[in-house]
Design a protein around this ligand. Structure first.
Ligand code: ZN
Length: 154
């Protein structure tokens, strides 16, 4: 893991922790440019915005496209996210032409980067981002566990 990616995961974890403050599931995402600089970052804002598509990855990809300077294409970028992307976010990463996805915890219930589905490496697609999972996974899983425990009032 390069220092850039490790630092980005640290930032994504901090964003994830912040999402809890407004009642969203703790998930954070950072998009790194080809040179490793941060292009954009976001936390999950589904509850905050009342928007079913306001996942951290989608918000970060949209913001990154606004500053990347290649229209909607995010060629050469890395999406760093605390939880394995769902089908929507995996699909958005493919459509955005992200080069690489680095994620923290696996999501056996909805993960689309290898757990339940593998949208990002489907051979029928002509763009397939490289995937690295399990980066600082325990920190991400701890945030999620604490959140769901509170949700259930335990
Ligand atoms: Zn998602």
């Amino acid at each position: 893991m390069t220092p850039d990616v490790d630092a980005a995961m640290g930032r994504a974890l901090a964003l994830a922790a912040a999402a809890v403050e407004w009642g969203d599931t703790p998930i954070g995402a950072v998009v790194l440019g080809p040179d490793g600089t941060v292009l954009a970052e976001a936390a999950n804002e589904r509850e905050k915005q009342g928007d079913p598509t306001a996942h951290a990855e989608v918000l970060a990809l949209r913001a990154a496209a606004r500053v990347h300077g290649d229209g909607w294409r995010l060629t050469g970028t890395t999406l760093v996210v605390t939880l394995e992307p769902c089908t929507m976010c995996a699909g958005a990463s493919v459509l955005a032409r992200v080069d690489r996805i680095v994620y923290g915890a696996d999501d056996p219930k909805a993960g689309a980067a290898g757990s339940l589905w593998d949208v990002v490496r489907d051979r029928r697609l002509n763009h397939r981002p490289q995937v690295t999972g399990g980066v600082r996974a325990e920190e991400s899983a701890t945030l999620l566990r604490a959140f769901f425990r509170r949700q259930r009032g335990l």
